[in-house]
Structures are given as C-alpha cells and as structure tokens.
Design a protein around this ligand. Structure first.
Ligand code: HEC
Length: 143
C-alpha cells in the first residue's frame, strides 16, 4: 500500500475503537463527525487501491459528503470539551481561527473536486490531496 493511501486509511481503521468509554456528548459528536469524513474517504481510497470497482458517481458523491461534513467541523469543535479518550489538542481553542481555516481548506478542496472524478487515474492525486488536508490539521491539532 502506498503512503498516500495508507495515511487516510489508518485514520479510518483507528476510528472504530476510539469512541468506547467517551461520555461527553460534545466529544462524541465531533468524533462521529470525523468518523463520517473517514468513511467517505474510505470509499475513494478503496477504489484507488482496486478493492472496490471504480465508480465515478460514488467517488463524486463521497467528495460532496466530505465537503458537507467538513463544513460542520468548526461548529462541532467550538465547545472546548475534553475527555480522557479525546485526541484533540488544547491548541484548537487557543487558535480557533487557524483550526477553522484548516477545516475550510478541506471543505473547499472536497467541494471543488466533487464532480471532477472521471477516470480511475484521478483517484491517486485526489487521495494525495485529501490526505494532505487531513494531515495538515491532525499534525497540529490532534495527538
Ligand atoms: C480542521 C482540523 C481537522 C481536519 C481538516 C481533519 N481532522 Fe480528523 N480530527 C481532528 C481532531 C482535532 C481530531 C481529534 C478529535 C477528538 O479526539 O476529540 C480528529 C480525529 C479524527 C479521527 C478519529 C475520530 C474518533 O473516532 O475518535 C478520524 C478517523 C479522523 N480525524 C479522520 C480524518 C480524515 C480522514 C480527515 C481528512 C479527510 C480529517 N480527519 C480531517 C481534526 C481534523
């Protein structure tokens, strides 16, 4: 598996375990939002790896949903809620504008690419760009 797919796919695998024991509903809600993003990325990643047959409409729909979910991220993270299981770093609330910009960057990227996937060869650069947008935020704001 190449690195540009492995990155986002690892987020997906981790998501299933992270929720157990979390009690704060605001933390649960933002984790669920991230898991939803990851599920849609998984559709594109699975096609890019050849595990799923190429389906341009499904890839474009996944992009629309990633954009919609990314648009919800600032509101989901606005309450400064914590939980022992949370991986959110306090820097989010010290620099909320910068955090929000990274969510907007993912939203914009996904919205711009939605409808543009036409061939399976489009998926590799797409996964690289999406993975970059995830990493750009996680590297600063997630443990
Ligand atoms: C604007 C910042 C930001 C962007 C962009 C972002 N994330 Fe996250 N993500 C976070 C933060 C912060 C957490 C930790 C949340 C917590 O544990 O409270 C997180 C957690 C996660 C989790 C774990 C959720 C759980 O169940 O605990 C997954 C999966 C995830 N992100 C996937 C992605 C993927 C895939 C992308 C890109 C398509 C992405 N994220 C883009 C900030 C971001």
């Amino acid at each position: 598996m190449k690195y540009w797919i492995a990155g986002p796919m690892i987020f997906v695998a981790a998501a299933a375990f992270a929720h157990s024991g979390v009690k704060d509903e605001r933390v649960l809600a933002r984790m669920a939002g991230m898991s939803a993003i990851a599920e849609h990325v998984k559709v594109i990643g699975s096609m890019a790896k050849g595990e799923m047959p190429f389906d341009a409409a499904a890839a474009n729909a996944a992009l629309t949903r990633i954009g919609d979910e990314a648009a919800r991220v600032p509101a989901l993270f606005e309450p400064e809620a914590d939980d022992p299981k949370s991986e959110a770093l306090p820097a989010i609330w010290d620099e909320f504008d910068s955090f929000e910009q990274k969510a907007v960057a993912l939203e914009t990227l996904a919205a711009q690419r939605a409808g543009t996937v036409e061939a399976s060869g489009d998926l590799v650069p797409l996964m690289r760009d999406i993975g970059g947008a995830c990493r750009d935020c996680h590297s600063e704001y997630r443990e």
